[in-house]
Each structure stands twice: as structure tokens, then as C-alpha cells.
Ligand binder design. Structure first.
Ligand SMILES: [Zn+2]
Length: 229
């Protein structure tokens, strides 16, 4: 029993961290967001709502500058003020912004946002437990190996989430008559924005797999759907 106590403690710590970060995220979002009211965008989100047989899709503006979209663990969808400003300035089209909303809806529908919070705190617990176990057998580098293994696992999990959310968005946008075009053109735009900024990518790109790989995955889907028709 004594042997397993540290692992149990690590798991309890992870659970407590999860509750705390979910609470903190919700509180931060409540304090710094408002519901988005934009007629041009609403006509597109209404088309997506109709495709899903929902009365409407609620989108919130999160008052921060970095260009990002977010799906909260409670299922709310957020677009940052920075992203919305790009749309207002004409750098990003209404359909392109709708594709971001569709992507975030994918994370909600597929249960990613809740899992991701668990991933994050679960990662801490796993890292701590692994470090303790490995550290006993391989003093010194055991801790380092534990960290590397945990990071690798988390990267794999989040990458597959992104491709799944992209595929969900592609299906939804197609059903709503908007198509995959805006998704692909947005990726290309954000990528070129990165080059203009001297390599500093918008946050929404950084937390996602390589743009070229995502575009290739979307084109593969498109090709498959076209041949099925
Ligand atoms: Zn995503």
C-alpha cells in the first residue's frame, strides 16, 4: 500500500487541479466576454444551426487581442476580440470566421474541451506518478523520461482532436451550403499573416497541427465526398 500512496496522491492532486482550472476558466470567461451580435455572421450561423436542427448557435466574444477561437468545457463557443477585429477590418471573411465557429463546435460536439481540461491536469498527475516510479529505477534521467513520455502522449491526443474538429467543421459547413473553401482559405491567410509578422503565428495556429497537413486532410475529405455523390 505504502508503495502506491504517492501515485494515489498524484491522482488526487490531478483531480483537484482539474476542478480548479475548470472553475477558473469559466470565471475568467464570464468576466471578460459578451454575446456576439453581428447580423452578417448570424445569417451564416443560422444556416449551420438549421443544418444541425438547432434553434440557433450562440457565439461569445472573449475580450482579448490574440487571434483565437475557444470551446469552453461548459460547451460555450468563443471568438476573441482580436479575431473579430480581423473580420471587421475585412482581413477575414464572414464564411472564414464561421469556419472557426464550426471547428470549435466540433470540439464541443466531440467532447474534446472537457477531455482537454482533464488531459491537462491528468498530464500533471501522470507526469508526477511516472517520475516517481521511473525515478526509483533510473535515478536522474527517470524524471526526464517521464516528462518526455507525457508530452508525447499529450501531443498525439491533441493532434487527433484537431483533425477530428476540422472534419466535423468540414461536414457541417458542407451541409450548411458554405463548403470547405473558407476553411482552407483561412488556413492560408493565417499562414501568410505569420510570415508578415516575422514568424509569430496567431495563437489559433500555434495550438494546432501544421497548416499544410490540415489543408491536405481537408482536401482528402472533399475528394472522398465528391466521389460518393
Ligand atoms: Zn482546435
Amino acid at each position: 500500500m505504502i508503495k502506491f500512496t504517492p501515485i494515489l496522491l498524484a491522482i488526487l492532486y490531478g483531480l483537484a487541479m482539474y476542478r480548479f482550472s475548470a472553475w477558473r476558466t469559466a470565471r475568467e470567461l464570464d468576466a471578460r466576454s459578451t454575446e456576439l451580435a453581428d447580423g452578417r455572421l448570424k445569417s451564416l450561423t443560422d444556416r449551420m444551426a438549421a443544418a444541425l436542427e438547432l434553434p440557433r448557435i450562440r457565439v461569445h466574444i472573449y475580450e482579448i487581442d490574440p487571434v483565437n477561437g475557444l470551446a469552453a468545457p461548459d460547451g460555450r463557443i468563443f471568438i476573441t476580440r482580436g479575431f473579430y477585429n480581423k473580420f471587421r477590418a475585412g482581413d477575414v471573411s464572414d464564411a472564414e470566421l464561421a469556419s472557426v465557429i464550426a471547428h470549435e463546435m466540433g470540439h464541443v460536439a466531440l467532447g474534446h474541451s472537457r477531455r482537454r481540461m482533464i488531459d491537462f491536469s491528468g498530464q500533471n498527475a501522470l507526469r508526477t506518478a511516472l517520475a516517481m516510479v521511473l525515478g526509483r529505477f533510473i535515478p536522474g534521467i527517470g524524471v526526464w523520461i517521464a516528462g518526455m513520455l507525457t508530452t508525447l502522449l499529450a501531443a498525439r491526443l491533441s493532434r487527433s482532436d484537431e483533425y477530428e474538429a476540422d472534419a466535423y467543421a468540414a461536414a457541417l459547413l458542407t451541409k450548411a451550403g458554405i463548403g470547405l473553401g473558407p476553411q482552407i482559405s483561412l488556413f492560408e491567410k493565417l499562414e501568410s499573416l505569420t510570415q508578415q509578422n516575422g514568424g509569430s503565428a496567431p495563437a489559433w495556429l500555434l495550438s494546432h497541427p501544421k497548416t499544410a497537413d490540415r489543408i491536405a486532410a481537408l482536401k482528402a475529405l472533399e475528394a472522398k465526398w465528391v466521389t460518393q455523390e
